[in-house]
Design a protein around this ligand. Structure first.
Ligand SMILES: [Zn+2]
Length: 266
């Protein structure tokens, strides 16, 4: 039983009991935790300012229950620019959801925090939401222990060359154009385990993986490359986590809606 302080991301929040909030937090020291903010839904509560997609210094009481209690909060950044754009907001919410799904409770992984902060900051101010969010997502996957070896061909061990490569998301390996398992080929999809992508798509993914957290969003993917990277990420997550996060489907719907709006004749 102890009181502690941690710098924490507020991932999610939902009403709880009469006037409380149930929060999902991710702290630098404590990892993911569930905490109750007692009375936070009363307008005069000193916890009233707490909301998801923000970063705060939290005072937490850890008692006998698995659910901690938030006793005080001091907001560091509320990322207000995210609220202005549905596309940015849905990506930011997806990232919060993704961290919640990928990491176990009380399993400290401090590097997660700067990636999420950088992504939320950058999403708020820069174009290219998909590239920012997917770069962060792949780095979060890496922090959770998933690192596909998509650098040399599984058969000839050479770095692949244009025009296309086949990535096998199930076994985390790659085939060059010459050694792609063509017998499995069907509409550019290789049975259950692989997908043909352009060499440019692979290069963009590789560049994303070399980026330092401060450079997030530096390689912006557009058009076919963006489409393939989105599909690849979904397949990879589905295959390794067992299902496609619902919030990712939501992002896709928002992207399609925004796209339609953009293409509307004036
Ligand atoms: Zn090869």
């Amino acid at each position: 039983m102890a009181q502690y302080q941690d710098h924490m991301l507020i991932l999610k929040s939902r009403p709880y009991r009469e006037a409380d909030l149930l929060l999902t937090l991710f702290g630098i020291k404590s990892g993911k935790i569930g905490a109750v903010a007692k009375g936070a839904r009363r307008p005069k509560s000193r916890l009233a300012g707490i909301y998801p997609l923000s970063y705060a210094v939290c005072q937490i009481y850890h008692g006998r229950s698995n659910l901690d209690t938030l006793t005080a909060v001091d907001l560091v950044d509320g990322f207000p620019s995210l609220q202005k754009d549905l596309d940015k907001l849905s990506w930011a919410m997806f990232l919060a959801d993704f961290v919640d799904e990928m990491f176990q409770e009380r399993d400290a992984n401090p590097a997660v925090v700067p990636w999420l902060i950088a992504a939320w900051e950058r999403l708020g101010v820069a174009p290219g939401s998909l590239s920012i969010a997917l770069t962060a997502s792949w780095h979060l996957l890496k922090l959770a222990g998933y690192t596909p070896k998509w650098d040399t061909c599984e058969i000839c061990h050479k770095p692949p060359v244009p025009p296309t490569v086949v990535v096998d998301w199930e076994n985390d390996v790659l085939y060059c154009h010459e050694h792609s398992p063509a017998s499995h080929r069907e509409n550019n999809h290789y049975g259950h385990f692989g997908m043909e992508i352009s060499f440019g798509t692979l290069r963009t993914w590789q560049q994303w993986m070399t980026l330092d957290v401060s450079k997030i969003g530096n390689y912006d993917a557009k058009g076919l490359i963006a489409e393939q990277l989105f599909a690849l990420f979904g397949r990879y997550v589905e295959s390794h986590i067992g299902r496609m996060p619902r919030s990712l489907q939501f992002v896709r719907e928002v992207e399609n809606m925004v796209e339609k709006e953009r293409n509307k004749p004036l």
